[in-house]
Design a protein around this ligand. Structure first.
Ligand code: GUN
Length: 293
């Protein structure tokens, strides 16, 4: 089958250009720039890269942004106090705390301390609850970006059977919720599979749409995929590759080379879902800014 690449890099660039233009208009009218603060605790290499990418995207869009880089030894109470200060800072519209956090810090407590008005990651219980109820709120950036990618490529979702691999609070769970919502791009019949699912292939083989978010390189193989399926690969796995100068390369959760020829649409890694996550974060930050006016 002739497959089409879902070009997240291009869609993200288009969305970010629209946001940049809107910011320019705001500034012309005498408004201030939207502002995002990111908190990074410790030195997880992947997290450092993600936060640096977010910082650059903010600058490109004309947002003010600040990254608070804290040592891995930061105590939970110190972190909570920094969050409370940002909550009270009227110059800051959005706040994200990059996950994962060091083990001695309770992630749930940290997320719950962010005021919902600034929760542009959509991880706060209030945001998650509103999402589940279908109310207006900040949606988690990765599932939101995937919905946008489906929408902007006019991919039919109504009545489709969709399998979500993974049940994390950040991707799998909100993804299943959004795809099963009423209206476009939703109306799917969703099955969530996870590490305790028996015979995952039984489900994926029947799926019109597969969203893979489990963090295992090449997990989805060609014999697990139906002809003509839509494949969304959320995985960002670093594997050794001696042919590269860096010694490694990024691969998804899908065995792209073998799976792609069976698909109607598939996202590449890198250049698929990752850039869409960043576009969604900027959209949420702009929304937080507008909500305050
Ligand atoms: N870790 C992995 N994905 C995300 C995300 O979207 N936001 C934050 N804050 N941390 C993450």
């Amino acid at each position: 089958m002739e497959y089409k690449l879902l070009d997240g890099k291009a869609e993200s660039a288009a969305i970010r250009a629209e946001i940049r233009q809107e910011v320019e208009q705001i500034l012309k009218n005498g408004g201030r720039r939207p502002s995002l603060t990111a908190i990074l605790v410790g030195d997880n290499p992947a997290s450092k890269t993600y936060v640096a990418n977010k910082e650059k995207a903010c600058a490109d869009a004309g947002f003010t942004s600040e990254v608070k880089r804290l040592s891995a030894e930061t105590t939970e109470e110190e972190l909570l106090q920094i969050i409370r200060n940002i909550n009270a800072d009227s110059g800051i519209d959005g706040l994200i705390v990059q996950l994962p956090l060091p083990k001695h810090i309770d992630e749930n407590k940290v997320i719950a301390t962010i005021v919902p008005e600034k929760d542009v990651d959509g991880f706060h219980p209030v945001s998650a609850g509103k999402m589940m109820l279908g109310q207006d709120t900040f949606l988690p950036a990765t599932p939101m970006g995937i919905m946008t990618l489906l929408e902007r490529n006019r991919i039919e979702t109504k009545g489709k059977s969709c399998v979500v691999l993974g049940r994390s609070n950040i991707v799998g769970r909100p993804m299943a919720n959004l795809l099963s919502r009423k209206g476009y791009p939703g109306d799917c019949t969703v099955t969530m599979c996870h590490s305790r699912t028996k015979d995952i292939a039984k489900y994926t083989r029947e799926a019109d749409i597969i969203v893979a978010a489990i963090g295992i390189p090449f997990f989805v193989k060609e014999d697990m995929v139906k002809e003509g399926a839509v494949i969304i690969d959320v995985g960002i796995n670093s594997i050794e590759d001696p042919t590269r100068k860096s010694g490694y390369r990024l691969v998804g959760d899908v065995d792209f080379e073998r799976v792609a020829p069976k698909c109607s649409y598939i996202t590449p890694v890198p250049g698929g879902v990752g850039p869409m996550t960043i576009a969604s974060l900027l959209q949420n930050t702009l929304k937080a800014y507008k909500n305050r006016k």
